[in-house]
Design a protein around this ligand. Sequence first.
Ligand code: SAM
Length: 244
Amino acid sequence: EPGLYIVATPIGNLGDVSRRAIDVLSRCAVVACEDTRVTGKLLHHLGIKRPMRRYDDHASDGAREALLGEMTRGAVALVSDAGTPLISDPGYRLVREARARGIAVTTIPGASALLAALTLAGLPTDRFMFAGFLPSKDKARGDVLTELAAVPATLVFYETGPRLVASLEAMARLLPGREIAVARELTKLHEECRTGTAEDLAAHYTAHPPKGEIVLLAGPPGAAEKPGEADVDAELIAALADLP
Ligand code: SAM
């Protein structure tokens, strides 16, 4: 059982930890994590005592080498602070390097805020694009939204409370007419999912500054803008009235 185990952990509700996750965390040689305090709390809650090693993708080559070495001798479990490792979290470089060396890589899937939000929002799920965190600076944020505006899919972003209103205002300008959803504090006591126009949601969250963790979604282009039949009739009548 030596190798690398990618272990998803809860995104809020500790009941979401899987039996396989508990099993691997209990038996592994070492737990590689972003923050030993955060993961220490989870392990304590589960009654598990394993050595922890801090790891992120900016870790020195030496630190990564040491971890890759451990994987050839025993099981290394990679976890992040919450949810699925590698999804806006460290691990990509470690997995890539482990695979290149022929080390066994196994995944123990579980919670991810991205999929939890997508299943709640009532937006089309047949095609979606996850785009991580929007940039914090206005210009860069606008550039990303402009680039993604034509993608024929539901867009999913991770967001923070202090930046939510600025992102909604940018969406109002650059993704006009699209259905927007804000999913907040998923699996926790104050779980909430609000949908509406970017303008309405910006007004709401200006009046009620959001606390906690947030996923921001935009429905696909076209869906909301397609004129209904009544609109087409009205436009035809208006056009006919203009004829000489
Ligand atoms: N790897 C994690 C996952 O699989 O969901 C995501 C890590 S990313 C650094 C953290 C971001 O995920 C937060 O800023 C927020 O956008 C989102 N997030 C995490 N937990 C959440 C929750 N319970 N409710 C809503 N969003 C959450």
